[in-house]
Design a protein around this ligand. Structure first.
Ligand code: SF4
Ligand code: SF4
Length: 387
């Protein structure tokens, strides 16, 4: 349905652009009628927002991340993409935090219901990372893959143009390499860039992943990539993968591990630290749960139904006629983590985690999903061997 071509790294399929070429790329997308969205610096973080030109990108900035810690610092070069992912994910543009589902009005002929969505808008995501492309594919499966596709999501998703960036440095909490979701974009993009700064030269190796990407690239001032360019781009990605400090065990192992450890004492230990604030679900690029709110005009002439992001960390989320099914922090944390890493496979055939690390960085008490799995796994391994 959407661009999803896997390509090998050969010089013939790659071009080289300078920063001026990247500026021309943005201009080319604008001429084609796309609303340009990309990374910007706002409130001391790198967040996704509207961009007009290269000047809006976080040139010369990087981030330092750890459990419950994030800050921006200056780089000693002019890199445009010299940071990892921030608190925002692209899902806010496709699966919005608040969405008007329909509006009902009293008319002379009775009640009239006006369903949303409105007109389609052509969006271009500029700077989407490999883990985020995987998150997008997961949201496609969740929101479009079942019997009832979400028309609001589909309206925006269908016109989407994706310019990916292969990561030039690992964030302090990333673990995409062990999830097989990065740091190089291998599918699902229109164009993919690798930024290279060396020997006083600033260039971008660009790969086209779709016909639309190829057509745009062909209009840009560029040259064909030489074998040295391809080797330099591969080295950037290899360095990033090697920098990653966290790992998740193999996907074949984790679902069963969690299924047989639902009463593990580690759930009590993590619950004693968890504030049940829901930050991890808000920053996660794959979490999709929502609630609806009906807002009626006081004079009774109209009513609206609005959908909002919700979180499995609230007691209201599982409230059923007189009580919450998951009343304890232990049950809510366990629900979140076992859904992400275990039952998501049963529902959607993939993991619900892409290893972006946001839930670790933005957890106020630094709870780390990789550490929690490791703790359960260590004790599980001990029980299996009778230690
Ligand atoms: S669970 Fe955490 S690491 Fe995994 S995709 Fe969500 S925010 Fe990223
Ligand atoms: S794990 Fe961290 S971010 Fe998630 S609900 Fe608990 S305290 Fe909040």
């Amino acid at each position: 349905m959407f661009a999803s071509t896997v390509r090998s790294m050969t010089p013939a399929s790659h071009s080289v652009l300078t920063s001026e070429g990247i500026a021309a790329l943005l201009e080319g997308l604008r001429r084609r009628g796309y609303r340009l969205l990309g990374p910007t610096v706002h409130d001391s973080a790198i967040v996704y927002d509207d961009i007009a030109s290269l000047a809006d990108l976080p040139r010369g900035w990087t981030d330092e991340q750890g459990g419950g810690r994030y800050r921006l610092v200056r780089r000693d070069d002019d890199a445009l993409f010299g940071y990892a992912v921030g608190p925002h994910s692209w899902k806010k543009f496709l699966h919005r935090p608040s969405e008007l589902l329909w509006r009902a009005e009293q008319t002379a002929d009775g009640m009239r219901i006006n369903p949303e969505p409105g007109a389609a808008e052509k969006l271009a995501f500029f700077g989407i990372r490999s883990c985020e492309l995987h998150a997008l594919a997961i949201q496609d499966r969740v929101l479009l893959g079942g019997a009832y596709a979400d028309p609001h999501y589909r309206t925006r998703r269908e016109g989407l143009f994706l310019v990916a960036v292969n990561c030039g440095q690992a964030g302090g909490t990333c673990f995409c390499a062990s999830m097989d979701t990065g740091p190089k974009a291998t599918a699902g993009f229109d164009l993919a860039l690798t930024e290279i700064i060396s020997g006083g030269e600033h260039r971008f190796v660009v790969e086209a992943g779709s016909g639309a990407g190829r057509a745009l690239l062909d209009e840009m001032p560029r040259r064909n990539a030489a074998p040295e360019d391809i080797a330099a781009a591969a080295a950037v990605v290899a360095k990033t993968a090697a920098e990653m400090g966290r790992t998740m065990p193999a996907a074949a192992e984790v679902p069963g591990l969690l299924r047989r450890n639902l009463d593990h004492p580690r759930w009590d230990e993590v619950a004693a630290r968890c504030l049940t604030c829901g930050n991890c679900t808000m920053v996660c690029p794959t979490c999709f749960c929502t609630t609806v709110e009906d807002i009626a005009a006081l004079d009774g002439t109209s009513s609206e139904r609005v959908r909002h992001w919700d979180s499995c960390f609230t007691t209201e989320f599982s409230y059923l006629h007189g009580g919450s099914v998951r009343a304890s922090a232990r049950s809510r944390y366990r629900q979140w983590m076992t859904h992400k890493l275990s039952t998501w496979w049963d529902q959607f055939g993939t993991s619900g985690c892409v290893g972006c690390g946001r839930c670790i960085t933005w957890c106020p008490v630094g709870i780390d999903i990789t550490e929690e799995v490791a703790a359960i796994r260590a004790a599980d391994a001990g029980r299996q061997t009778g230690e």
